[in-house]
Write a protein that binds this ligand. Structure first.
Ligand SMILES: [Zn+2]
Ligand SMILES: [Zn+2]
Ligand SMILES: [Zn+2]
Length: 303
């Protein structure tokens, strides 16, 4: 594994002030190679570049970026390299459950904003200690790291992550099984890219009208009398925004529908989110109908 001076850091943070503060502080802690991005899109592109040039950076990710959610950025990175360490920062007050969710989805740590330098130092030192226990980052170690962190992983995915063939990977996995560090499980069926056959894909969520990715959940009120169907927030002082008659009795003159979404770009109101898949290898976008499916042997860490 690279020494701390070699270890690269990627900061994805829309506040320049916070980005600079973080970069300076990490430099004091010995991290000299830092790249900084202001939004999710360039963050992911930079991450891919770094991985392709042979470095898996330590990532500091702002959870509330203007263009993408922290979850979506983190899941794309984890699909590219499941062993990436992502440290999530968030300004909004998050409940214990949300933090647990972020960690369950694979974040290494969670930092609340405003950032406390002491806390960053503690996280970085813990990470260094853990990694010094892992030792050399050769293929066998990389396989062990991925498999022992997976509740389930297919041989195909493992081979694609490490850019090797199944037959090169298999002896390493068999050794992990013999050492009681992993077990064989059932075959795993996975979705793959129709263009390049990669199983490194991620779901993306869109407005069905404009395909935009920025929308929020809304309660919708339907006013029976005039047929108006708009978000609850448009009924100011309980008056219908179309006919201006007050809405009175729930179920008699109006109804509420939960679980609708409103697009921030085109204002479309919709119940069904358009789901697409993005290939993280060739960037092809495809729908479920066009996906390829692959089945290969599954493995799991010891529970
Ligand atoms: Zn592809
Ligand atoms: Zn839209
Ligand atoms: Zn009305």
């Amino acid at each position: 594994m690279p020494s701390c001076e070699e270890r690269e850091v990627l900061i994805i943070e829309d506040s320049q002030a916070v980005g600079i503060l973080l970069k300076d502080f990490l430099s004091k802690l010995g991290f000299k190679k830092t790249r900084y991005c202001e939004n999710g899109k360039t963050g992911i592109e930079t991450f891919k570049e770094m991985v392709e040039s042979g470095n898996v950076p330590l990532v500091f990710l702002d959870y509330n970026l203007p263009d993408m959610t922290g979850f979506s950025i983190m899941s794309q990175m984890l699909a590219i390299r499941p062993d990436v360490k992502v440290i999530i920062e968030s300004a909004r007050e998050k409940s214990e459950d949300v933090i647990k969710d972020v960690i369950a989805y694979g974040a290494y740590q969670y930092l609340s904003k405003p950032l406390r330098l002491e806390k960053i130092k503690e996280v970085v030192e813990t990470l260094r200690f853990e990694e010094s226990q892992i030792g050399d980052d050769d293929a066998s170690k990389a396989i062990e790291k991925i498999v022992t962190n997976s509740t389930q992983i297919s041989i195909l995915r493992l081979a694609q992550y490490l850019n090797r063939s199944d037959s090169e990977i298999l002896p390493h996995v068999r050794r992990l099984i013999a050492d009681m560090k992993a077990v064989q499980i059932d075959d795993i069926k996975e979705i793959g890219c129709p263009r390049c056959s990669s199983v490194r894909t991620t779901q993306t969520f869109h407005c069905p009208k404009c395909r935009g990715t920025s929308f929020k959940q809304e309660r919708i009120i339907e006013h029976y009398k005039c047929g108006n169907v708009t978000p609850a927030s448009s009924y100011t002082d309980d008056k219908c925004p179309k006919c201006h008659i007050p809405i009175k009795i729930f179920g008699v003159d109006y109804r509420v529908q939960e679980n609708f979404h409103i697009c921030n770009d085109c204002s479309e109101i919709f119940a069904e989110i358009l789901i697409e898949y993005l290939c993280l290898r060739c960037n092809d976008r495809f729908t479920l109908e066009h996906a390829k499916f692959f089945t290969s042997q599954g493995f799991s860490r010891i529970k």
